[in-house]
Design a protein around this ligand. Structure first.
Ligand code: FRU
Length: 494
């Protein structure tokens, strides 16, 4: 179905109950609904927003178009959790309602201040000639969960030198001051990030552009995020318009980070190393982090990409969020590990250990559609070894280590329903190590692979057939020792 402008910009309250319940029905018939990931009840989910800990709970909002699997009038949808594992759907948090956000409550972030949670977001508007005008807006949530939108925007329009692509404010506090970093496009069509400062989260002063070494690195930087970690400055952003290069930048858009000395507010200069992708898989974009009360920096991403059709579109919904990852910094690199609390999902356990000699093996009890799998490989003389998931008659998802090229490979060529084929169905990344471990979270239609305790991560949606539940381990062209543990994961979403 083609969606026209009118259909995309209908408000939820203009839609009758019958249409909504038919859509819910269609969604519920989908064989690819997730069991332990945050997903929309209907329609399309995109960026995580307002990730924060407030009033004893984690709050995680997301971009939501309720009426179908397309980008249209965006709301902020609210979910919350006490443990980062079991999430409760709260409902709509911010709806477009006035001249400053008439065409969408776009992405933004949250911070606690004076006992309330301040939500800063981009109000998207289009005028009668369909020219975009963005505003940075504020809404405030109190302890009862009530959210009030502030009538006037806190940042009106766009600073000189930048286009209307100016959005996604990320807020943080340093000393007594609040800062905002906003994704922008310069008039010469290159991406940038802009800084603001405030003492009260309502009155914002323009500081200027964050000065990086990347003068022309994509045409737009979406969803910027800046924080300090172990004495380093880390800048995460989602640049659009990078060309594929070797194994890098294979998806339609990328997200990654720069690490360096902490941002210098005297000069706005950020001295940093090279851009590194956060995720080496297929479906990962617009991540956002928060600092939690335990002092952990936790990251969640959108497990999807703009401008790509997904097989669930036929069932009236699209996308989910990734599992929360705790990030740390080591040897010039961010490490990403699933948060410890995810062990609470572990149900029935099976274990196996073997030496595979130029063969593939299935172990007793190793199968399923929602599970955590931890696999160690060592003492290999093979050309390649790895694991196949979601195996069925003609289907399999392959995760392997190529000992000749020294690369980790994630291959979804035969995973099931095909999509995004123009961007290829194999992802690889150089990885030098004798021993390889994969910690893999498999849900009904996704795979998240943490390599050697978070040194690399590969995330991808897969859409296997009903019967494709098998797991096999293999070693080709030599022998490899393997040990594996699988824990079933029962449905965890409330
Ligand atoms: C990133 C993005 C943001 C924008 C939001 C709109 O995926 O394009 O830049 O605020 O999605 O939903």
């Amino acid at each position: 179905m083609e969606w026209n402008r009118e259909q995309r910009y209908r408000k939820l309250q203009e839609v009758n109950e019958k249409e909504k319940s038919e859509l819910r029905e269609l969604v519920n018939q989908c064989p690819w609904r997730q069991s332990f990931h945050i997903q929309p009840i209907t329609g399309l989910l995109n960026d995580p927003n307002g990730f924060s800990f407030y009033n004893g709970e984690y709050h995680l909002f997301y971009q939501w178009f309720p009426l179908g699997p397309v980008h249209g009038l965006k709301y902020w949808y609210h979910t919350k959790s006490t443990d980062l594992v079991h999430w409760e759907n709260v409902g709509i948090a911010i709806e477009p309602s006035n001249g400053y956000d008439s065409h969408g409550a776009y992405s933004g972030s949250a911070i606690e201040h004076e006992g309330q949670l301040f939500l800063l977001y981009t109000g998207n508007t289009w005028d009668e000639n369909w020219i975009r005008q963005p505003y940075q807006c504020l809404a405030v949530m109190d302890q009862s969960g009530e959210i009030d939108k502030i009538d006037l925007p806190v940042i009106n329009g766009v600073p000189k030198g930048y286009t209307e692509h100016f959005r996604d404010p990320k807020v943080w506090k340093q000393g007594n001051e609040f800062y905002l970093i906003i994704g922008a496009q310069r008039k010469n069509e290159s991406g940038a990030a802009i800084l603001y400062q405030s003492a009260n989260l309502r009155d914002w002063q323009f500081i200027g552009e964050m000065k990086t070494n990347l003068d022309h690195f994509g045409y737009m930087w979406e969803c910027p995020d800046y924080f300090e970690l172990d004495g380093k400055g880390i800048f995460i952003f989602s640049p659009q318009g990078l060309e594929a290069e070797g194994d890098s930048y294979q998806n339609i858009f990328q997200s990654g980070y720069l690490a360096g000395a902490p941002l210098d507010f005297e000069t706005n200069k950020f001295n940093h190393g090279v851009f590194q992708e956060l995720d080496r898989g297929f479906d990962f974009y617009a991540p956002q982090t928060t600092l939690d009360p335990k002092g952990r920096r936790i990251l969640v991403g959108w497990m999807g990409l703009p401008e790509i059709d997904y097989p669930t579109d036929h069932n009236g919904w699209a996308h989910c969020l990734t599992l929360p990852r705790e990030i740390s910094f080591k040897d010039g690199k961010l490490l990403q590990r699933p948060v410890d609390e995810l062990e609470r999902l572990r149900g029935e356990k099976v274990e196996a250990e073997s030496i595979l000699k130029d063969t593939a093996a299935a172990f007793e009890g190793f199968e399923g559609v929602a599970y955590e799998l931890s696999v160690d490989f060592w003492e290999s003389s093979a050309e390649e070894f790895g694991v196949e998931l979601g195996t069925g008659e003609n289907e399999r998802t392959v995760i392997k280590y190529d000992t000749v090229e020294k690369k980790v490979v994630f291959d979804r060529t035969n995973s099931g329903a095909l999509f995004a084929e123009e961007f290829g169905s194999v992802r690889k990344c150089s990885f030098i190590s004798e021993d390889i471990s994969f910690r893999i979270f498999v849900d009904v239609s996704s795979v998240e692979i943490f390599v050697n305790d978070g040194e690399e991560v590969f995330t991808g949606r897969i859409f296997p057939g009903d019967e494709s539940k098998g797991i096999r381990f293999f070693s080709n062209g030599g022998r490899t020792s393997v040990s594996a543990i699988k824990w079933d994961i029962a449905k965890s979403m409330k």
